[in-house]
Write a protein that binds this ligand. Structure first.
Ligand code: HQG
Length: 175
């Protein structure tokens, strides 16, 4: 049986693959990939423990391809995951908290410490994202209108997380 609960390990993996690869002693290539065996060694975990994380239900956070692995979203390190550009649905959602709203109204959605603004495909997903920080507020993003004006939206195959560089306030429906 896995030594470490998978949620905790998922968080360690995300930390290493999104934010601090150097702190655990791995390196990422330009698209965020690292060698699976190097990662297992660096974290002191088994392949079975990694597989348990990858098999967790819910949000798809990591991608394993042959001998390499990467995080699909959430990066603060300078990598370009370069997911396929894809036309978004009419509306996407962003989960946040009340304390952020005045600044979001003024400046739009900005990526902050991450490489992209992260948008959810459903209101339910956005509620979960906002709830990490407090009572969640869901903002609607008029994604199709942005796309029609040439803004690039991307999404990893199999993921429900959409990435965009920035969302001007004019495209937001803030409650
Ligand atoms: C807010 C997790 C003030 C924004 C989640 C958010 C997601 C502003 C915070 C993914 C702002 C950034 C990313 C502005 C945006 N003024 N605040 N102009 N524009 N903000 O963690 O979207 O579960 O970097 O509302 O589920 O919360 O880890 O972004 O509150 O999908 O896989 O600035 O990370 O994915 O916070 O989360 P974050 P996020 P995982």
């Amino acid at each position: 049986a896995p030594r470490m609960p998978s949620i905790e390990l998922s968080k360690r993996l995300a930390w290493a693959l999104r934010h601090r690869p150097g702190a655990v002693g791995i390196t990422l290539d330009g698209a965020g990939w690292t060698d699976v065996d190097a990662l297992l060694d660096a974290l002191g975990i088994t392949r079975e423990e990694l597989d348990a994380v990858l098999a967790m239900p819910g949000k798809k956070r990591f991608e394993l391809e042959g001998s390499r692995i990467r995080a699909l979203h959430g990066h603060s390190v300078a990598v370009d995951v370069d997911h396929p550009a894809i036309a978004p649905p009419e509306i996407l959602f962003h989960g946040t908290i009340r304390a952020r709203l005045a600044s979001i109204r003024a400046k739009g959605l900005v990526p902050g410490a991450r490489r992209h603004v992260h948008l959810a495909e459903t209101r339910e997903d956005a509620i979960e994202v906002g709830a990490r920080r407090g009572p969640p507020i869901v903002i609607e993003v008029r994604a199709a209108a942005m796309h029609a004006r040439g803004v690039r939206f991307s999404r990893a195959p199999g993921s429900r997380v959409w990435l965009v560089d920035y969302v001007p306030a004019e495209h937001l429906g803030i409650p």
